[in-house]
Write a protein that binds this ligand. Structure first.
Ligand code: AP5
Length: 227
């Protein structure tokens, strides 16, 4: 089962994806985490994407499409894949659809987390992340137990370079121009479910959990094939 989380930067995609992956056993595939890992390892891909990421620009479609598609089909463990940060442009969405069709599969649901721009700015400038395990914190809404250290592995937390206010503003512009059109693309296919992301983390999680449970529930007896 392929589920997609979309939403502006800072909507809470990573926070929610980590929780849903833990609860339901989904494989969490975050394009941002993946690209940051490539950079940290100094790979050729990491070096090619670094300048785009730091400037708050999207990396070119051909680079990200190949990397993500390899990962989606490279490992069949778990009941499904939760895509976080991909697709982010129409060409990426079409490439994903084409690849899934070749594997006799399709996107099952697109969970669209809606958050206004001013809230995004507040969230991202106070976000801290663990460079070791990618856990996400917020100085006010989700502080670590020991200030400055990751709850899971004690690693010192960092601020992402692209969480500076001017870079966040550019990322938001790119979101509205390049990613928002995906909402219509998936709405037309009857796949889009919009969730209010401007409420406490647990309430957003509950809304997403309900949506996922609906998908996993067996169909009512009247809709099951005979036999
Ligand atoms: P990526 O890492 O994917 O960044 P993003 O999509 O901009 O999303 P974020 O990680 O910033 O936010 P999030 O929605 O995950 O929010 P989070 O849970 O952390 O991409 C980075 C870069 O990589 C891109 O700019 C681009 O260059 C490149 N890239 C990646 N994918 C690409 C693609 N497909 N194509 C091209 N380029 C690509 O939460 C944010 C903060 O808010 C945290 O502090 C959290 O604790 C807090 N928070 C979360 N939920 C709540 C809540 N309900 N209430 C209060 N606080 C909350």
């Amino acid at each position: 089962m392929i589920l997609i989380l979309i939403g502006p930067p800072g909507a809470g995609k990573g926070t929610q994806a980590q929780q849903l992956a833990r609860e339901f056993g989904f494989r969490h595939l975050s394009s941002g985490d993946l690209l940051r890992a490539e950079r940290a390892s100094g790979t050729d891909l990491g070096q090619r994407v670094a300048a785009y990421m730091d400037a708050g620009q999207l990396v070119p479609d051909d680079l990200i499409i190949e990397v993500i598609l390899q990962r989606i089909f490279g490992d069949d463990r778990g009941p499904g894949v939760l895509l976080d940060g991909f697709p982010r442009t129409l060409p990426q969405a079409r490439a994903l659809d084409d690849a899934l069709r070749r594997h006799a599969s399709s996107v099952r649901r697109v969970l669209d987390i809606h958050v206004p721009d001013d809230v995004v700015l507040d969230r991202l400038t106070a976000r801290r992340v663990c460079p070791q395990c990618d856990s996400v914190y917020h100085l006010t809404f989700r502080p670590p137990r020991v200030p400055g250290l990751c709850d899971r592995d004690g690693t010192p937390l960092i601020q992402r370079p692209d969480d500076q206010a001017d870079v966040v503003a550019r990322r938001l512009r790119h979101y509205h121009e390049m990613t928002e059109p995906l909402r219509d693309y998936y709405r037309r296919q009857g796949l889009l479910l919009t969730i209010d992301g401007n409420q406490p983390v647990d309430r957003v999680t509950q809304a997403l959990r309900d949506a996922v449970r609906d998908l996993l529930a067996p169909p009512p007896a009247s809709q099951r094939p005979p036999g």
